[in-house]
Design a protein around this ligand. Structure first.
Ligand SMILES: [Zn+2]
Length: 246
């Protein structure tokens, strides 16, 4: 028997009464579970296998089958505060989908687990947390080997004072004011200020969606989003809904 903490990334109906649940486990990477009778009201797993929940699961890992049977699932954190904020939930869903589709299969993913767990914990502790998604994207780039050096100009190699003057999502290059010269930057001021907020860690990120999109574009350039991230559509709809508030 395996016992591991797990974050539920995705769940879909398998039959009238069963679910298939894909979870990021702390010790065994991404595991697909079949949960027979999971849709019934009296299911012993209750909220423990809901998408975005953090739980402890006990299962027998059968290497001969894709789908594992869950023996026990105990809810640790349902992330109630995080779910109460629609925009935060939409971002958390994109994070879960990126891990599900792009993390390497069949290997332990301790780094990915630790990162997702702490990001969800931050969002849970301060709902409406503006930084957590951009911070997670930046840390995920680092984890997957696409390091971004926010504080160094890629042209002259000098440390950039304050916000960079430009950013190129194709290469991940930041450019300082003197190297940009009289040219018009391609990146928006909000994007660059957001990167500076991530660099200083002061949480002062007024319009995170600009920096989030720049990081998504950078990541897309490197890992190639061959398959569409479906939840991005929902996020962009949700952002429109909330754009009046920003
Ligand atoms: Zn420079």
């Amino acid at each position: 028997m395996q016992k591991s903490r797990a974050i539920v990334l995705h769940r879909y109906a398998y039959s009238d009464s069963s679910w298939i649940v894909k979870a990021l486990t702390e010790e065994c990477g991404i595991v697909s579970f079949i949960v027979k009778g999971g849709k019934r009201k009296e299911s012993p797993f209750k909220g423990a296998l809901d998408p975005l929940a953090l739980s402890e699961v006990v299962f027998r890992q059968n290497p001969n089958t894709e789908l594992q049977f869950v023996k026990e699932a105990t809810l640790i954190d349902w992330h109630r505060n995080m779910r109460e904020d629609l925009l935060t939930t939409a971002k958390a869903q994109v994070m879960a989908e990126i891990v599900l589709r792009y993390a390497p299969a069949g290997v332990p993913l301790e780094g990915e687990f630790a990162l997702l767990e702490s990001s969800f914990r931050d969002a849970e502790a301060s709902p409406g947390n503006k930084e957590f998604f951009a911070r997670w994207l930046l840390d995920t780039c680092e984890l997957w080997g696409y390091h971004l050096d926010i504080s160094t100009c890629s042209h002259c190699g000098h440390t950039i004072e304050g916000s960079a003057a430009d950013f190129h999502p194709e290469t991940g290059a930041f450019v300082c004011k003197s190297c940009l010269g009289v040219e018009t930057p391609r990146a928006k001021k909000e994007t660059l200020d957001g990167f500076y907020a991530l660099r200083t860690g002061n949480g002062d990120i007024a319009h995170p969606e600009f920096t989030e999109n720049a990081l998504l574009a950078y990541l897309r350039n490197h890992i190639g989003f061959l398959r569409e991230i479906h939840s991005l559509k929902f996020l962009s709809e949700t952002r429109k809904l909330f754009s009046g508030e920003n």
